[in-house]
Design a protein around this ligand. Structure first.
Ligand code: ADP
Ligand code: MG
Length: 602
């Protein structure tokens, strides 16, 4: 006899189950999707022992007729597609007809269902593929499916199930995805008899986010909407300070189906580039609608991936709508204040301590008022630093000049602390600015405007009286050959000076305080390392980021009142002022209302 045999049906189902049913959460997902496809408005999910003992889903959908009940558990049994062309425009959550058959091949299942016009409900039981006859029974309109002891005949798979808590985390994740995409559904999740979530129908997305995540996340979200070329996007964006260490707070939905997609992830990363640190992930909830003919959903067993006909459109529209929103926002990070404590009665030793502190503060305040005279001159904004070389205007020229009229609006209420931070009063509180980070952003935005935007413009440079020479490696020489355009743009003139040496003839005025050879070396290393990974535009931005960082005033430098005013005024006029080009905050805001709360004034 030949060695090849056709597998029996139950075996086929068990193998299919391996693809779609990985753990209790997969069962929850499939049953919820079926309830939604059946038009349910209310769904109750009850789970025991993280779903290992029981998963029960009850809905008030259209139900399954008695004569169809057994058939629903057959492999490839579906009421959702019939002919080949249906595959091209799938609008239901399911269509492959394999979920119920797969689940029933690896667990004990009982289904009770009743359609609107049926005289009674019908039920059926299936134990790892072995069915009973469907029979009439009492029951409400709609469907209940109970799944017990998942994988109980498959010890190898059962032992991969984790603790009830871990399995519950996965179940909650699927519940969350469905709940966010279907705010019109009344949904309840119960674990071991305890209600975990009760979500009423008609809640807004933000209300659902507050329930499923936290009110804090929900309150700070920025709303975006866009509609172009058949793609409608509606998004809720986390502010940069809410960014996370992983992408668990990114939810993308396409026609109410949760999906993962590398183009969308990339567009989001690009849109937030420069306002969050590169290693962080923004919180983003993105809801997209497009005709179902414009993508293929039949590319993944659990349908978590789709294939867009025009992924460029998806990418560019998401990137544009998010970037535009972020540009137009004040994204200052709110100060992280401790929660006020209830009991404020100080202990004996802290009373002594605070007495000393009070004295110190009084002395410091007196000192401050002696020192902090009003600004003397208002004309020095393109100032030259005393240590700058003759003819070279220092980096602070990039601090935006302040018109006399505007100047009155910059509150002279500022103060430089530790030669690094500027505290300044604003309408509804005060801000603390990191002088280096803000100046870096101001210079970077200016550089982008002047030389990044496809212009032939280059930075003004100064001829060095004595050219500076530096030795370069072969790899650096290669980086120089292929990227000489960047050096030109920056106004750095280089000449060969021996086999492995170059001479720096001219250097940008902007970098007056930077050692030319050191900068050129660092720039060559950057190009050498990044040129293979990045396209020309990204690479140019990296170069500009590095240039801005080197040119910006450093922490630890005392600033004149004019310089501080210029910095604060610059903050008002540039884009993305709240973060430095690397995505770290430039500004932290203390709001009056939070201060009042902390000082128990209200
Ligand atoms: P699919 O969802 O891909 O069609 P399933 O195996 O999940 O395949 O379900 C098979 C069929 O059983 C569905 O097409 C539907 O007709 C019926 N069905 C399953 N669950 C429900 C439910 N909760 N209410 C009504 N009909 C259901
Ligand atoms: Mg289904």
């Amino acid at each position: 006899m030949g060695r090849i045999a056709v597998l029996d049906e139950n075996m086929v189902n068990m193998i299919a189950a391996g693809e779609v049913i990985e753990r209790p959460a997969s069962v929850v997902k499939e049953l919820l999707e079926n309830s939604i496809d059946a038009g349910a408005m209310k769904i109750i999910i009850s789970v025991e022992d993280g779903g290992r003992k029981l998963i029960s889903v009850t809905d008030n959908g259209e139900g399954v007729a008695g004569e169809d009940l057994a058939g629903a558990f057959e492999p490839h049994a579906t009421s959702k597609i019939k002919i080949h062309s249906d595959l091209g425009h799938i609008s239901t959550m399911g269509f492959r007809g394999e979920a119920l058959a797969s689940i029933a091949s690896v667990a004990q299942v009982r289904a009770v269902s009743r359609t609107k016009d049926a005289l009674s409900a019908h039920n059926i039981e299936i134990d790892c593929g072995k069915k009973t006859e469907s029979a009439p029974c009492s029951g409400d309109y709609g469907t209940t499916i109970e799944v017990r002891n998942l994988f109980y005949k498959l010890p190898a798979r059962r032992k991969f199930l984790r603790t009830a808590n871990t399995e519950m985390t996965h179940i909650i994740e699927h519940f969350t995805r469905i709940a966010l995409a279907h705010c019109n559904l009344d949904m309840t999740l119960i674990h071991n008899g305890r209600e975990i979530y009760r979500l009423l129908d008609g809640q807004s997305r933000t209300e659902r986010i507050a329930k499923l995540f936290s009110a804090q996340i929900a309150e700070s979200l920025l709303v975006v909407e866009s509609s172009e070329k058949g793609l409608e996007i509606s998004g809720l964006l986390g502010r940069p300070d809410a960014a996370r260490a992983n992408n668990k707070f990114q939810y993308f939905f396409l026609n109410s189906r949760f999906i993962r997609d590398k183009f969308i992830s990339h567009a989001i990363k690009e849109a937030y580039r420069g306002v969050i640190e590169p290693s962080k992930y923004p919180v983003v909830f993105l809801f997209m609608q497009m005709p179902c003919e414009a993508y293929d959903v039949n590319v993944h067993p659990t349908k978590i991936e789709v294939r867009f006909d025009n992924s460029n459109l998806v990418h560019s529209q998401i990137l544009a709508v998010i970037r535009q929103k972020l540009l137009g926002q004040n994204l200052d990070a709110p100060a992280q204040m401790p929660q006020p404590r209830e009991s404020m009665a100080p202990k004996e030793e802290t009373i002594q301590h605070s007495e000393i502190r009070r004295q110190r503060i009084a002395e410091a305040m007196a000192e401050f008022f002696r020192e902090h005279r009003p600004v003397q001159t208002q004309q020095q904004l393109g100032f030259a630093h005393p240590s700058a070389r003759p003819g070279q205007v220092e980096a602070a020229e990039h601090i935006a000049p302040v018109e006399t009229g505007q100047r009155a609006e910059v509150s002279r209420n500022f103060l430089q602390l530790h030669d690094s931070y500027i505290v300044s009063q604003v309408d509804d509180g005060f801000i603390v600015v990191d002088q280096h980070a803000l100046h870096e952003r101001i210079i970077y935005e200016d550089l982008c405007r002047r030389i990044a935007a496809n212009t032939a413009e280059k930075l003004t440079s100064q001829k060095l009286l004595i050219p500076e020479t530096t030795e370069i490696t072969d790899a650096q020489a290669e980086a120089l050959r292929t990227n000489s355009g960047f050096f030109e743009k920056l106004g750095i003139e280089l000449e060969p000076f021996g086999p492995k040496t170059i001479a720096i003839q001219a250097f940008p005025s902007l970098l007056a305080k930077v050692a030319p050879a050191e900068f050129v070396q660092e720039l060559l290393d950057l190009l050498n390392e990044k040129a293979v990974k990045l396209d020309k535009e990204r690479l140019l931005h990296e170069v500009l980021e590095m240039t801005a960082c080197k040119a910006a005033i450093k922490a630890g430098r005392k600033l004149s009142d004019d310089e501080i005013e210029g910095l604060l005024a610059g903050r008002e006029v540039i884009d993305r002022a709240s973060q430095c080009p690397h995505g770290r905050p430039t500004t932290i805001k203390f709001s009056l209302s939070e201060l009042e709360r902390q000082f128990k004034r209200k």
